[in-house]
Design a protein around this ligand. Structure first.
Ligand SMILES: [Zn+2]
Length: 272
């Protein structure tokens, strides 16, 4: 809310709206359709440059968990009379990369390097819930809108950015926090991460995954990476805080899990 008050001169352009899922105030200059279009374009660019692993053994759990969680997210969209996203879940072969991301509109990628940390489908559901939440809560569009403010908070600059499609695309890719190999990673802010952690945990529980493994997933993630935290943790200098949050949210998540149609849990196959 404060950002909106600080920038009254931008109010003509900035749509300050309440996020319908969390009740938090967001500035969004983009329409959802526009975010989805840019998300699709970024997705096309990335998938042309990485090695996609299509093996059934590794992909079956990803598709199962992705479908289960995105179904719940689409149910939340349906409540707002919004159509489902065109979800896709891909696996990028990069055994040393501990990461996952989601683009506006529902294109989600996991890296093979994260599998050993997740251990099983319930663990995967925790990170899937987190990524799906970034898409559902329109964090990409919000970051992009923030980036436009930083880039030059004048009407002219905003219009220039709106009219320059290549620059816009680059700003967008940076804003949604794509992988480091593209050299322009900007991780989500800590508040986006915390919001995705909480909403994602509830999504996983509502989809029928035991939320308890969330503690172990984030603890194992925090122990990885040596001197440098994994990308997925890069906005979290204090991973213990994240674990503490998870513990605090667990009773609420467990209640949702107990009301849900529970999913079978299977260990993830080895990536070797
Ligand atoms: Zn995140």
């Amino acid at each position: 809310m404060r950002a909106c008050n600080l920038l009254p001169f931008l109010l003509l352009l900035a749509a300050c709206q309440t996020n319908p899922y969390t009740g938090r105030s967001q500035i969004l200059w983009t329409s959802e359709d526009e975010e989805i279009r840019m998300g699709l374009q970024a997705y096309g660019d990335i998938t042309g440059k990485v090695k996609i692993d299509k093996s059934r053994a590794l992909n079956d759990p990803l598709q199962r968990v992705g479908r289960a969680i995105s179904t719940i997210a689409d149910r939340d969209r349906a409540r707002l009379k919004k159509t489902p996203y065109e979800w896709e879940f891909i696996l990028i072969r990069a055994d040393k990369t501990l990461n996952a991301w989601a683009l506006p509109g529902g294109k989600v990628a996991f890296y093979t390097g994260i599998y050993p940390i997740l251990q099983d489908e319930a663990g995967m559901a925790i990170v899937m819930g987190h990524e799906v939440s970034h898409a559902l809560l329109r964090h990409g569009g919000e970051r992009y809108s923030q980036a436009l403010i930083v880039a030059g908070a004048t009407t002219a600059a905003v219009y220039a950015a709106h009219n320059e499609s290549t620059e816009r695309q680059i700003a967008f890719a940076a804003a949604v926090g794509l992988a480091t190999e593209y050299g322009f990673i900007k991780p989500y802010s800590r508040s986006h991460e915390t919001e995705a952690d909480k909403y994602g945990l509830m999504l996983a529980a509502r989809a029928g995954y035991d939320p308890a493994p969330a503690i172990g997933v984030w603890e194992r993630m925090a122990r990885q990476g040596g001197g440098r935290p994994p990308e997925i943790l890069s906005t979290h200098p204090d991973p213990l805080r994240r674990v503490e949050n998870m513990k605090r949210w667990l009773p609420e998540a467990r209640a949702l899990y107990e009301q849900s149609r529970q999913q079978p849990n299977a260990p993830l196959p080895s990536i070797r």
